[in-house]
Design a protein around this ligand. Structure first.
Ligand SMILES: [Zn+2]
Ligand SMILES: [Zn+2]
Length: 163
């Protein structure tokens, strides 16, 4: 695992001596870290794509961009499987040394001139996991009496209640 090349590590060496210069990166690769709450999780079979613009800021490297990924889970109302593609924008600062008194969640540690984006990606996806995911915004859920999935029927007349 340790010798495996990390595709999500970017070299900012070129920017080091040029204040306010920027460089764009686009990385698409598989992602092995498990990111999950009980009801929804990162689909590790599909790639993660990250677009980053890195800018040499006076206090470190300012990174902004977006992460595209796919989540799997089950709908909190009808229990159907969910597959959803997400795009989340982010802002972060990579610095040489994180001081103890700045526990800003969007500040990350540089590794020399390298910025490892993995902790950032984990934070972005993890903080976006929904505890009540829905298959669609207007999911009708299950019938409280017979348990039928009401999304699959045009008009549900519950047999049990008609007895
Ligand atoms: Zn649903
Ligand atoms: Zn019913």
């Amino acid at each position: 695992m340790k010798n495996q090349k990390n595709e999500f590590e970017i070299d900012l060496y070129d920017l080091r001596l040029h204040p306010s210069k920027y460089k764009d990166f686009e990385i698409e690769s598989s992602f092995v870290d498990k990111i999950s709450n009980e009801v929804i999780w990162l689909n590790n079979e599909s790639n993660i794509k990250i677009n980053v613009r890195a800018t040499n800021a006076s206090d470190g490297f300012y990174l902004n961009g977006a992460v595209e990924y796919e989540l799997d889970g089950s709908c909190s109302k009808c229990l159907d499987d969910i597959k959803s593609k997400k795009t989340t924008k982010f802002d972060a600062l990579f610095v040489e040394e994180i001081l103890d008194d700045e526990k800003d969640p969007s500040v990350y540690q540089l590794n020399g001139t390298y910025a490892n984006l993995v902790p950032l990606i984990i934070d972005i996806i993890g903080s976006g996991l929904d505890y009540k995911p829905l298959c669609s915004a207007n999911c009708k859920g299950l019938c409280a009496t017979c348990g039928e999935n009401l999304n699959n029927v045009k008009q549900h007349t519950c047999k049990k209640s008609n007895l």
